[in-house]
Design a protein around this ligand. Structure first.
Ligand code: RB5
Length: 150
């Protein structure tokens, strides 16, 4: 296993700093190397730049996975998905969090700190990390998603 295989990048905007830090501690306790790229101060900031920064870490291969957070999880997800090679889904339930790995080979998860509480968020994170891409017919469909980028 390469070093990057258990490295995960986290970023958020100001609306999700507390939840991001909880997620970071949780994932670290699970044995992952967490690259938390902030922000650390609570001033209002712009989610697109934080989503893009995390997505670049995943797209480059430096991190196997990424988790981004904002108030709803929606805006930062949209920004992350603009980076070539990134497949990021917002999840508010554990079933979807597993399915975006199993069927969509998502390499990033987005969470809304104003939507889900900490307990559910950590369960969603676990479901995302524990699931594996199933390949097969799903690989064809993921290839079709990726082909839309070129
Ligand atoms: C910030 O107020 C809020 O718009 C942002 O965190 C996020 O919810 C956007 O999608």
């Amino acid at each position: 296993m390469t070093a990057a295989a258990k490295r995960i990048v986290l970023s958020s905007d100001h609306a999700a700093i507390d939840l991001r830090q909880s997620v970071a501690a949780h994932i670290t306790a699970r044995g992952w190397e967490v690259e938390d790229i902030g922000p650390t101060t609570p001033e209002s900031t712009h989610y697109p730049k934080h989503g893009a920064a995390a997505a670049e870490r995943v797209a480059s291969g430096d991190c196997a996975l990424g988790i981004v957070l904002c108030g709803t999880g929606q805006g930062i997800m949209m920004a992350a998905n603009k980076v070539k090679g990134v497949r990021c889904g917002v999840c508010t339930d554990t079933f979807s969090a597993a399915m975006i790995r199993q069927h969509n080979n998502a390499n990033m998860l987005s969470l809304g700190a104003r939507v889900v509480g900490e307990g559910l968020a950590l369960e969603i994170v676990d479901a995302f990390l524990d699931a594996e891409f199933e390949g097969g017919r799903h690989a064809t469909r993921v290839e079709m998603i990726d082909a839309l980028e070129s």
